[in-house]
Design a protein around this ligand. Structure first.
Ligand code: B1M
Length: 232
């Protein structure tokens, strides 16, 4: 039996447990991550804190080593799978605020891009804040965004891109909305690690959202503006 097998997660203090979660995420150990998330919940950690400090924190380390060629796609997939295990436990808790629906968002990752963890997180947080979320998944062509937004009567179109090669596709979607004369029917929010404020402005999005919490705040702000405009 290895040393790893000897660790009793529930015997670790909070700091040790989060450090262990970073290791377990790195090693793609889904069951251990799920157990640790449940332990932190039982210690009254708010779901959002577990998400940001333990799960996103651990994924950041994975990201650095992926960038530096220490980890490769199969390992990162395992880490992503472990992260999703933790997120699945937190999702209903983040969503159970019982707030009235404040708006509807269609969200998806753009064409050519299969990264979905950040998008899922944004969707979860938006649901938790009372938004209705229609998740169209990954690798979305412009038609999918627009058809879904129309069919669902969405207020917001949210786009995610994690690659420098796929982020320009966001402009294709926005340009198509303009060409169809429906740009002003939707609040367009964009996000993803390689983006920034300047890029968001340059492609004609309403706002760039640095993270899921900012996405929620920005969506609320823009929905309030929309309501004010409509009642003016
Ligand atoms: Co990929 N990958 N990956 N990858 N991957 C990155 C993005 C990379 C930065 C790694 C690196 O080199 N350091 C790099 C991109 C480099 C670049 O373009 N500049 C990269 C690469 C190169 C690739 C491949 C090309 C590798 C290859 O095949 N050679 C390939 C591309 C596949 C494709 O999409 N066509 C690839 C594949 C993969 C996996 C499949 C192995 C896996 C994805 C699994 C999955 O998503 N189901 C993967 C992963 C996991 C990563 C890293 C390690 C982690 C991404 C992540 O989930 N972060 C990533 C490194 C990194 O970002 N540090 C990397 C955690 C997540 C919570 O953060 O997604 O940023 P993030 O989301 C945040 C915010 O950005 C924001 O809020 C979220 C929550 O706070 N946000 C939004 C995101 N979307 C939003 C939408 C909004 C609002 C806010 O709308 C309103």
């Amino acid at each position: 039996m290895s040393d790893e097998d000897d660790i009793i997660l529930k015997d670790l203090n909070d700091e040790e447990l989060v450090a262990q979660m970073f290791d377990d995420l790195y090693d793609g150990l889904r069951e251990e991550i799920e157990e640790s998330v449940n332990i932190l919940l039982s210690r009254d950690w708010p779901p959002y804190r577990i998400l940001t400090e333990a799960l996103v924190g651990g994924m950041t380390i994975v990201g650095h080593d992926f960038r530096d060629g220490i980890l490769f796609v199969p390992e990162v997939l395992l880490a992503a799978n472990a992260m999703k295990g933790g997120m699945a436990i937190l999702k209903p808790l983040l969503a159970e605020t019982g707030a009235p629906r404040v708006g509807k968002m269609v969200i998806g990752t753009v064409k050519g891009d299969i990264h979905d963890i950040g998008k899922n997180l944004v969707g979860m947080m938006m649901e938790g804040a009372g938004f209705e979320v229609v998740d169209i998944g990954i690798n979305n062509a412009v038609e999918k965004y627009i058809e879904t937004a129309k069919a669902e009567g969405a207020d917001i179109i949210g786009m995610s891109a994690l690659l420098t090669t796929t982020m320009p596709y966001m402009k294709v979607v926005i340009d198509t909305l303009v060409a169809e004369g429906i740009r002003d029917d939707y609040i367009v929010l964009v996000g993803g690690a390689p983006l920034n404020e300047e890029f968001g402005k340059a492609i004609g999005a309403d706002a760039y959202c640095r993270d899921a919490a900012v996405a929620v705040e920005t969506a609320k702000e823009w929905m309030a503006r929309k309501h004010n405009r409509m009642s003016a």
